[in-house]
Design a protein around this ligand. Sequence first.
Ligand code: FAD
Ligand code: DLZ
Ligand code: SF4
Length: 508
Amino acid sequence: MSRLILILGDQLSDTIAALQEAEKSSDIVVMAEVADEASYVPHHRKKIAFLFAAMRKFAKRLQDDGWQVAYTKLDDPENTGSIPGELIRRAEEFSAREILATELGEWRLIEALATCPIPVRQLEDARFIATHAEFETWAEGRNELRMEWFYRDMRRKTGLLMEGDKPVGEKWNYDHENRKSPPKSAQFAPPLRFAPDAITQEVLDLVATRFPDNFGTLDPFWFATTPEDARAQLDHWVAHNLPGFGDYQDAMMTGERFLNHSILSLYLNAGLLDPLEVCRAVETAWKADAAPLNATEGFIRQIIGWREYIRGIYFLEGPDYTSRNALNHSRKLPAFYWGAETKMHCLSETVAQTREEAYAHHIQRLMVTGNFALLAGIDPGEVHEWYLAVYADAYEWVEAPNTIGMSQFADGGIVGSKPYVSSGAYIDRMSNYCKSCAYKVKDKTGPEACPFNLLYWHFLNRHRDRFASNPRMGNMYRTWDRMDEDRRETVLSDADSWLKRLDQGEVV
Ligand code: FAD
Ligand code: DLZ
Ligand code: SF4
């Protein structure tokens, strides 16, 4: 009796649990490009093309290795349009009575699969360092789920950057060395660009035809779509950009889209790279004196700390997490998030890059698009759907805690102890955006005042009841309270009129 082995678009790893347990001689691997997955949000066209090309190449590798793979292309006339539909169809075709799956990364799909009439056995996803049970045990009984404490456990568990039970260099975290402003001259090696082969080109044509109105340009398409090419990007980045990773991790520069960032998240999340393998490559470079400790620790923390912690939160908090709205924000997402004109250079630059690359780095996501949405009181559900759609690395398990939690404070403070809000001064310090902006970052009120300056105080003022007693925000409220009353009134009325113009659809 054959079984079906389900492999999803973000499970493209040779070591994925369901394949490890499968019998090559009798089981059938099921992979499917389906309308449901391609449309639960209006994904960026590069994201769809990346996944379909990587899926097709993964299926071919398995076939070349002797597996029987039932692969459904999007335009197959028999395609039922959903993962459960494809499983039912393939179960009939192959008389299969059981499905073996690796646990899925989204509650929506977990719930859909639960309705499948054929028994599904789900295996834990061993690509992650912490199991669900470990995260639950760590979280149990704690008042605050701070990443830093969890991260230390992951260092101990993996042995990365450890000397016995002590961190190398005697410090766990070198973040305070990682916040330099952008350098005067560029010194970054751009990510490797992989020319589309015949399989990728066929997918690009398909996506161009089937998703003509989705956000995002398809050309040039340069993502890696195989583990070998993803590994080449890792090696290239370690050799050229890892040494400066820590220093400029928070910097933003007009025209410099990637800086020292690794551009590995899309490969990690789809399964083309293994997180531990990536961390070991980085640790090896440090051991060979090819990278400083602040960069090495900073990067490893992102993967075994943040990435694992964020996943733990998603599964701990449950299916209602994405609908949380602790601050009761309800404004509609402005059209400039989808490319309409705005006079705010930081936003137009970040969105233009997002449209062309399906990529923006962490500080652009957190302190430009995220910061603006939070200050302006945008509905966090709409913000969440935008992030889930526009980035090539976005799957709900990783996107939602970053957006709903870290960026929008809509979970009421589970991921962050205070909201990530800033005035224009932060963006000015960490970028060169303000130099090319129609607004003046130094203006706090008046027609040319940077909107971040106005909205920052507006946000603090309207959420005073919630945040004034937060010890990490006391200084902000003291500064606000020290301003004379006329000035505070002017700030608030300028912010209200700016928001009114935004709501009326003016170019702001
Ligand atoms: P680098 O800067 O080179 O970092 C190295 C790696 O660390 C990344 O590849 C990633 O795997 C990991 N990492 C770093 N920070 C985080 C984090 N906060 N959460 C999880 N992993 C992290 N990341 C995603 O992978 N998918 C998302 O959908 C996603 N949505 C986000 C939404 C918002 C609002 C914010 C603020 C952040 C989001 N992030 C998301 C986290 C982070 O922005 C990206 O992981 C990072 O920008 C990817 O680029 P990179 O590979 O060049 O990362
Ligand atoms: C994101 C995505 C897209 C666009 N298309 C598919 C698809 O056609 N088939 C598939 O198996 N997976 C796809 N994915 C990834 C899934 O949405 C992802 O596996 C779930 O959201 C769980 O993380
Ligand atoms: Fe952004 Fe304000 Fe700077 Fe303009 S002045 S780029 S709106 S922070």
